[in-house]
Ligand binder design. Structure first.
Ligand SMILES: NC(=O)c1ccc[n+]([C@@H]2O[C@H](COP(=O)([O-])OP(=O)(O)OC[C@H]3O[C@@H](n4cnc5c(N)ncnc54)[C@H](OP(=O)(O)O)[C@@H]3O)[C@@H](O)[C@H]2O)c1
Length: 257
């Protein structure tokens, strides 16, 4: 099958392309770097010729409220229009567990808008809701700084390795459209503040992490279970400690190379 991965140069997209290729599919990475821009429409008609599936693993370069909304609305509208014209029969989009409960956040309002366009379109679809990536823990600290300290709510979450996200997305891309949402998550639950503190310590980052019950998660108020997946979520295998060891050896190997 020809499967076009929008955002195919990104963290998850590049791993999805690898996995699909290893299973004998013609996986095409598409992003501005390779001349395909889902916001302007540049290159879309060409790359979608003969494709059976589109995986949207793109992300907005800016997370400012208006910019991120414009990105996901314009990009998704374009993808769905060009896909309909090219006869692509399955649209797979990567989104986030709990998106519908996080509408106080500008980023999540944009993801809600993206999902609404997909559900309302005539194209069969699968929306994959993944939990936070281990790779995103430092980024989460970066967007949660107040007065030089990282303020995070001590609520539960069930984060996962990007490798497991990509395997989950690739598996869904080669299957029949779900016409609904499927959740994927990691094998263990943690408290958000606790895991970010552990991650910053391994990176030898001096920033203090405060467990703050009033802190927001990317602008949204969250409760104890807001970020958790439901009981039917498909779970990845990679535990946090295993991922830490793997990423430390990968970093050491890259340094030595
Ligand atoms: N962070 C988390 O914990 C988390 C959890 C669950 C779900 N997600 C979702 O996962 C998705 C992917 O995230 P990621 O971290 O893998 O993203 P990423 O590494 O930041 O990659 C973003 C990708 O989007 C592409 N892109 C940017 N502008 C584009 C445009 N105009 N047209 C086409 N492609 C464009 C980039 O292409 P270039 O390289 O060419 O610029 C890049 O390939 C996001 O939708 C996010 O909501 C994230």
């Amino acid at each position: 099958m020809k499967i076009v991965v929008i955002g195919g140069s990104g963290l998850i997209g590049s791993k999805v392309v690898q996995r699909l290729g290893a299973h004998g599919h013609q996986a095409v990475a598409a992003s501005p770097n390779s001349g395909v821009n889902s916001v302007t429409g540049e290159g879309l008609a060409e790359v979608l010729k003969g494709a059976s599936v589109v995986v949207d693993a793109s992300n907005s370069p800016s997370w400012e409220d208006a910019a991120v909304l414009k990105f996901f609305e314009t990009s998704t509208r374009n993808l769905l229009t060009y896909q309909a014209a090219a006869g692509v029969g399955h649209h797979v989009a990567l989104s986030v567990v709990g998106t519908d409960r996080l509408s106080e956040s500008g980023y999540f309002r944009a993801k809600i808008a993206q999902e609404k366009l997909i559900k309302e379109s005539s194209i069969p679809y699968s929306i994959v809701h993944a939990t936070q990536f281990f790779e995103f823990l430092k980024g989460l600290a970066d967007i949660s700084v107040e007065g030089g300290k990282v303020h995070l709510p001590p609520v539960l979450f069930q984060p996962m390795a990007a490798d497991d996200v990509a395997s989950g997305v690739a598996r869904i891309a080669v299957g029949p459209p779900i016409n609904g949402i499927v959740e994927i998550a990691g094998p263990e639950q943690f408290r958000v503040d606790e895991l970010v503190r552990r991650r910053l310590a391994t990176l030898k980052e001096p920033r203090e992490v405060i467990a703050d019950p009033h802190a927001r998660y990317d602008g949204a108020e969250v409760g104890e279970r807001t970020l958790l997946p439901g009981k039917d979520a498909r779970l990845g295998d990679t535990r946090f400690e295993t991922w830490l060891k793997q990423s430390a050896s990968a970093a050491a190997a890259a340094k030595g190379a």
